[in-house]
Write a protein that binds this ligand. Structure first.
Ligand SMILES: C[S@@+](CC[C@H](N)C(=O)[O-])C[C@H]1O[C@@H](n2cnc3c(N)ncnc32)[C@H](O)[C@@H]1O
Length: 445
């Protein structure tokens, strides 16, 4: 493996390094089918901007040589890194501020004994079968739907009366399940179906209503998705080592909290593989609002949104921005939009703090791998990857390697809106795809 440098690079050298960088085809994973990228538990729940397990597997193959490795991801999302770590018999730790992401990661990491799960799924579906009109059910027909009243306004905004009540009945039946592992498994299935059962505009990454939409019936959606998850669980169960199945708590250490605080000791992690949020692109809190309101995950939605790094709602970070490439970008944006300049500055400073935490937890010789693409906002190039490389140095890292990879179009989730920089739908003419991204790798010497 080629080492790029042994001492700190200037901002000019970093910019030059990226300019010169050629695409490495071995990182595009072009030949992989959805059945490969969605194997095991990876198709449990949709998640925007998740990466594919093959990318994490390749980084682990290149950098991990010990049997007892510990892999961390401060921005777990739906848990691609964590599940991959667990599947190899390694420890997986990490955080995500999004409570739905935490739940998904927990459930996706937990392999359930297949016959037990089968029994539990059949039991739930039998209770609820009256919802599709095909069979009477003894106790559940007169059940009171469980509809979180705190968010009733939002629920009425997104769901028809019929689906709202049906979802409430399903939720009641799920909470009646006593085994927490099974209950969480059901909740992930429930959460995944919410978009199709609502009048959320199909395929939209922005919260937009489609008043003409004919939403899917909740019971049918749940049954179909539970079957899919069950197949994923059964495959995953086969690959997980017995010692991990029996002592999952020793291998899985994840929290729903800020990326700046990892739940692990100093110098304890071998490898970090992560993809951060982008500045003002996805509003994760908005995107997952259907799940957040139904699962009652936020006391105050407005306050919750402010914790998300990269969000336009984020609290300002008034610490000093150390990256001069970053400062340059902020200065250029000042002339276009002071508000956006502040958002970008806050984003870079937030990331600076996350990198310092990465440095704290890594062992000497350990690496952090941040997957990130450059973007454009209001005509200003947002050189995220270059800023990340420079910022990693300020935390003490050496820039070990930069990988430039092409994202095959069928995997590329979205294009970006040229004006706002937000992710747009693939068929939006006013948007531009970013088929290239970087893996910025820092080494703790
Ligand atoms: C690009 S996604 C990560 C996707 C992940 N690699 C996967 O495969 O699913 C970025 C994640 O950062 C999370 N995030 C945003 N602000 C955060 C914060 N302050 N602390 C921790 N996670 C945060 C978002 O909720 C989102 O899940």
């Amino acid at each position: 493996m080629k080492m790029i440098q042994t001492q700190r690079k200037s901002s000019q050298e970093i910019l030059h390094l990226f300019d010169e960088k050629e695409i490495d085809d071995s990182w595009s994973f072009d030949g992989f089918k959805p059945s490969d990228t969605g194997k095991w538990t990876h198709s449990y729940h949709r998640y925007p901007a998740k990466f594919i397990p093959q990318l994490v597997e390749k980084l682990i193959d290149e950098y991990i040589f010990s049997e007892n490795a510990h892999i961390n991801d401060p921005f777990m999302g739906c848990g691609t890194t964590i599940i991959t770590a667990i599947s190899r018999g390694f420890k997986g730790s990490g955080t995500d501020i999004n409570k739905i992401a935490y739940l998904i990661t927990k459930v996706k990491s937990t392999a359930i004994e297949p016959t037990y799960l089968d029994r539990k799924i059949k039991h739930l579906l039998t209770k609820l079968r009256f919802l599709d009109g095909s069979q009477k059910s003894l106790s559940y027909e007169n059940i009171e739907p469980l509809i979180p009243q705190k968010h009733i306004g939002r629920i009425n905004y997104w769901f028809t009366e019929k689906n709202k009540n049906e979802l409430g009945i399903i939720l009641r039946a799920i909470y009646d399940e006593e085994d927490e592992t099974i209950r969480d498994f059901f909740l992930v299935a429930f959460s995944h179906t919410l978009k199709n059962c609502s009048i959320w505009l199909q395929g939209s990454t922005k919260p937009t209503r489609d008043l003409k939409k004919n939403p899917t019936k909740p019971y049918n959606a749940l049954r179909k998705h539970l079957k899919k998850m069950q197949r994923g669980n059964d495959d995953f169960y086969q690959v997980i080592l017995q010692k991990v199945k029996e002592n999952l708590k020793e291998y899985l250490n994840i929290k729903a909290q800020d990326a700046k605080i990892q739940p692990v000791a100093d110098n304890s992690v071998d490898l970090i593989v992560s993809s951060s949020p982008y500045v003002t692109s996805y509003e994760y809190a908005d995107l997952h609002q259907l799940s957040t309101i139904w699962l009652d995950f936020a006391e105050d939605l407005a306050a919750y949104k402010k914790e998300f790094i990269g969000s336009a709602y984020k609290h300002c970070n008034t610490k000093e921005l150390k990256s001069s490439i970053g400062q340059d970008i902020v200065n250029k944006m000042q002339g276009k939009s002071k508000k956006m300049a502040k958002e970008i500055e806050t984003f870079f400073i937030d990331m600076q703090e996350v990198f310092a935490e990465s440095y704290r937890i890594l062992k000497k010789g350990g690496r952090c791998c941040y997957v990130i693409g450059d973007t454009m906002l209001k005509g200003v190039d947002i050189l995220n990857a270059e800023v990340f490389a420079e910022s990693l140095q300020y935390s003490g890292f050496i820039i070990d390697r930069i990988i430039k990879r092409e994202i095959p179009l069928k995997i590329l989730p979205q294009k970006r809106d040229l004006k706002t920089g937000r992710f747009a739908n693939n068929n939006d003419a006013n948007s531009e795809a970013y088929p290239v991204e970087y893996i910025v790798i820092g080494l703790k010497k």
